[in-house]
Design a protein around this ligand. Structure first.
Ligand code: RIB
Length: 296
């Protein structure tokens, strides 16, 4: 089978991860247990996950001209992600995500830094390349105008765009119309479709809107009925990056020509494996691991 060619437009960051027994409240100091820096950023995570699953992946992004930027580029290289369209910007620091892992969940503050240089113009310059891709993925750690431009461009080129609307922010209706796949979690979906019930939003967007419900699975409307594709139960170590793995796996499967339900099952399996390792990318599975898990 030919490898699907996927472009990921998005953020590349370093994750600064602190583990602590307890999350501090406002104005409070607690003693933590460990501190690690690992590669992250929603765009980079999706690019790495898709590459591990066998796609030919091209990152379209920016890093700072700093030590983190070098580390991010090295990480792309060691995961086989093409960086022809990743530019170092001198006047900005690389993006960082400040993560606390406590009480079985994460809290994250993202400082976009160089990721803000992934502008509409930056994307437009890659038009000819984007036209050759089987699928494009984008998230929301880059400017809002960039998401709008990518939706318009991919729509005009007839290249399917998967928008993972995370972190949550409102999206113009035209973007919802132009994208091929929209994958909010329940909170993001509630913000995007605040004027209507989610069941009605699902019906209006058959096989396009996929609402992820964490451990419960993913909900969508297949044109005839509302479906819930269940997740695979696992004992999580770190849930950071599970959503990114889900999106990457779903995009890869769709670009390979799997049907929607099969793609969602593949994506759920990949996401469930991803939470069994530390860090956003630590547990991201290989193709073989996902297929083995699906066979079980
Ligand atoms: O989705 C997980 C990612 O979100 C982390 O890697 C962190 O970079 C944040 O942006």
């Amino acid at each position: 089978m030919r490898k699907p060619k996927i472009a990921v437009i998005g953020s590349s960051s370093m994750d600064l991860v602190v583990t602590s027994k307890r999350r501090p409240g406002a104005g409070e100091t607690v003693l933590g247990e460990s501190f690690k820096t690992v590669s992250g950023g929603k765009g980079a995570n999706q690019a790495v996950a898709a590459a591990r699953l066998g796609a030919e992946v091209y990152m379209i992004g920016c890093v700072g001209e700093d030590a983190y930027g070098t580390e991010i580029l090295n990480n792309f290289a060691s995961n086989g992600v093409h960086t022809d369209y990743v530019e170092p910007v001198t006047q900005e620091k690389s993006g960082t995500a400040h993560i606390i892992l406590a009480e079985g969940d994460n809290s994250i503050v993202v400082v976009k830094g160089a990721n803000d240089h992934v502008t509409p113009e930056y994307v437009k310059e890659k038009r000819d390349f984007i036209a050759t891709c089987d699928l494009v993925m984008i998230q929301q750690e880059v400017p809002e105008e960039t998401v709008i431009e990518a939706a318009q461009l991919c729509h005009a080129l007839g290249v399917p765009l998967l928008l993972n609307p995370a972190p949550a922010r409102e999206i113009p209706d035209v973007v919802v119309e132009q994208v091929s796949y929209l994958t909010p979690n329940e909170h993001e979906a509630a913000l995007l479709f605040k004027k209507e019930e989610l069941a009605s939003a699902l019906r209006k967007h058959p096989n396009k809107l996929f609402i992820t419900e964490g451990a419960a699975g993913v909900r969508y409307f297949d044109g005839e009925e509302e479906m819930l594709v269940p997740s695979f139960p696992v004992k999580p170590i770190d849930t950071t990056g599970a959503g990114d793995t889900f999106n990457a796996a779903f995009g890869t499967a769709i670009a390979e020509g799997m049907d929607v339900k099969e793609s969602l099952r593949f994506a759920n399996r990949a996401a469930s494996l991803s939470v069994t390792g530390f860090g956003a990318q630590g547990g991201m599975p290989s193709r073989e691991e996902v297929e083995r898990g699906l066979g079980e």
